[in-house]
Design a protein around this ligand. Structure first.
Ligand code: G4P
Length: 526
């Protein structure tokens, strides 16, 4: 065991999951404000232009020739060191969004309290289920007219199958939003509107039965007393074990725009969210306080600037300690590589990484040798598992403008799929090439990169494919029969794995019924 324990224990590595417009960007700004990373909140996203983040350090990255979005933010908070990983949303939603969730130890789920549980949140929660990631919930936008809080919690319980333990409870909402009652602290924390850009001094009234409450809140004081009796009967108490198993979520209410409640969540994360967890490999479990270094690549970000071909591979450190200039063993290719200039993401100080510990993310310059899922160690031949490909949800046929470049096209697509930028499928009965993605921007990125990196001009055509599943069967004979009977729907992916390409969900369901011995998997390990 190493002397890393103090550093490891401090780390909390999490990501935000939410439906577009629920408030992820706004919360990120406020979280950074609390982390003192930015002097004044409001620079993560250029609000008026709708442009994405251009905080000062990003400009620095750009000067260095790498344009990476706000991928990772590290900052100290309440004695802990927080790593917040960005999950691309809106139109930049992609497989990276899913894979980022495999590199964290907990998640913050943000819900628009006027809307409740929305589609994207449901999808992202499916991914967190793969590792039973603990979830903290924030019911945002309480400064608007919100749905009944009990109904919101019921929806989380019904749809996401997670028990809810309210930690704070809203008092009024919309124009009448007065603040929250902190159940565990038995304190009312009062809200002041118009203070969203500052860290507000907490105005607290101790104790629900404090007569001071009636003076300040008028009839809302007796309302909240009555309501809390109801809530106690209708909800769960916080239970650390159930939280760590992903079975129960602590629930907070507030408004990100008003910067009210965000610090309550951060306090909860520091207190309850897991420190860096052990990680599974194909051979054994790796513990964070092991002396030897290890980590895996969960995301590769290509530079969109054609002048620079450099890419950054994002590595989650799993054990040991990264030091500048160290040698790492690249397990897949069986070679040692020197890492001299990894990037860290400490807010306000974005120079080269001096050291990084389990839970931290470092960015490695990658000239094409690193792929999603690659493991790096100090010599041990193990491979981290749990960084899969996810079944694409959008498909297009890709076609060349110049038919003579078929070979380059295939090479480019296979390489881009190895890197995790997109997935490619070759139907076994035809010469088509089908590109699959989980986010629409991936299609554009691929055509752009095919042109700049492979000198291939390609265009897309629509195709009636609605979903894909990787197929497995232990029984060779049954698999062969399935291959024969379903060949019009079968394809090979970039790694030559057999895939079922379904024109409709109905078709997929029918095939699953018809071939009960075949496994139709939504994810595939690298
Ligand atoms: P996202 O990253 O999850 O997509 O959401 P984002 O933070 O961009 O927020 C989406 C919209 O919701 C923004 O307004 C934002 O100001 C607003 N918002 C976020 N949190 C709150 C809140 O607590 N209360 C209220 N009332 N609004 C909130 P917009 O008008 O779409 O954009 P903008 O012009 O304000 O940027």
């Amino acid at each position: 065991m190493s002397g890393n324990n103090v550093e490891v224990d401090k780390r909390r590595t999490f990501a935000i999951i939410s439906h577009p417009d629920a408030g992820k960007t706004t919360i990120t700004e406020k979280v950074l404000l609390f982390g003192q990373a930015l002097q004044k909140a409001g620079t993560v996203k250029g609000k008026k232009s709708g442009q994405h983040a251009k905080s000062d350090w990003m400009e620095m990255e750009k000067d260095r020739g790498i344009s990476i979005t706000t991928s990772v933010m590290q900052f100290p908070y309440g004695g802990a060191l927080i790593n917040l990983l960005d999950t691309p949303g809106h139109e930049d939603f992609s497989e990276d969004t899913y894979r980022t969730l495999t590199a964290v130890d907990s998640c913050l789920m943000v819900i628009d309290s006027a809307k409740g549980v929305e589609d994207r949140t449901i999808k992202l929660m499916e991914v967190t289920r793969l590792r039973d990631t603990p979830i903290v919930t924030f019911m945002n936008k309480c400064d608007r007219d919100i749905r009944d809080p009990i109904e919101l919690m019921d929806e989380v319980e019904d749809i996401l199958k997670m028990a809810c333990a309210p930690i704070t409870w809203p008092i009024g909402s919309g124009k009448e939003f007065k603040g929250v009652y902190h159940i565990l602290r038995d304190e009312v924390i009062l809200y002041q509107s118009g203070m969203g850009h500052t860290i507000q001094e907490e105005r607290i009234i101790k104790g629900l039965n404090n007569p001071e409450l009636d003076k300040v809140l008028g009839s809302y004081a007796s309302d909240i007393r009555d309501e809390m009796e109801l809530v106690a009967g209708a909800s769960h108490e916080f239970d650390q074990d159930a939280f760590l198993k992903g079975e129960l979520t602590p629930v907070y209410f507030g408004t990100a725009l008003g910067n009210f409640g965000v610090d309550h969540i951060l306090d909860g994360i520091v207190e309850w969210a897991p420190k860096p967890l052990p990680r599974e490999t194909d051979a054994r479990e790796v513990l964070p306080n092991e002396e030897k270094f290890s980590g895996f690549i969960f995301k590769i970000q290509a530079n969109m600037d054609p002048k620079h071909r450099d890419r950054v591979a994002f590595m989650r450190v799993c054990s040991g300690r990264y030091e500048q200039g160290m040698k790492m063993h690249h397990v897949r290719i069986g070679k040692d590589v020197n890492v001299s200039d990894a990037l860290t993401f400490m807010a306000g100080d974005r120079n080269r990484a001096e050291a990084a510990y389990p839970g931290d993310i470092i960015g490695l310059h990658n000239h094409g040798t690193m792929r999603i899922g690659d493991t790096f160690t100090q010599g041990e031949k193990i491979r981290f598992t749990g960084v899969p490909n996810f079944a694409p949800e959008m498909f297009r046929r890709i076609r060349l403008k110049d038919p003579l470049k078929q070979k380059q096209l295939l090479k480019g697509l296979v390489q881009l799929s190895e890197e995790g930028a997109v997935q490619v499928f070759r139907p076994i009965d035809s010469n088509d090439l089908i590109v699959g993605a989980v986010g629409v921007l991936q299609f554009e990125v691929v055509v752009g990169r095919l042109k700049s990196e492979y000198n291939v001009e390609a265009i897309y055509e629509g195709i009636s494919v609605s979903t894909a599943r990787w197929v497995y069967c232990k029984d060779e004979r049954k698999l062969e029969e399935f291959r024969r009977k379903c060949s019009p729907n079968l394809a090979l992916d970039g790694g030559d794995n057999l895939t079922y390409i379904a024109p409709t969900m109905v078709n997929l369901n029918l095939s699953m019924e018809r071939y009960p011995d075949i496994e139709f998997a939504k994810t595939r390990e690298h």
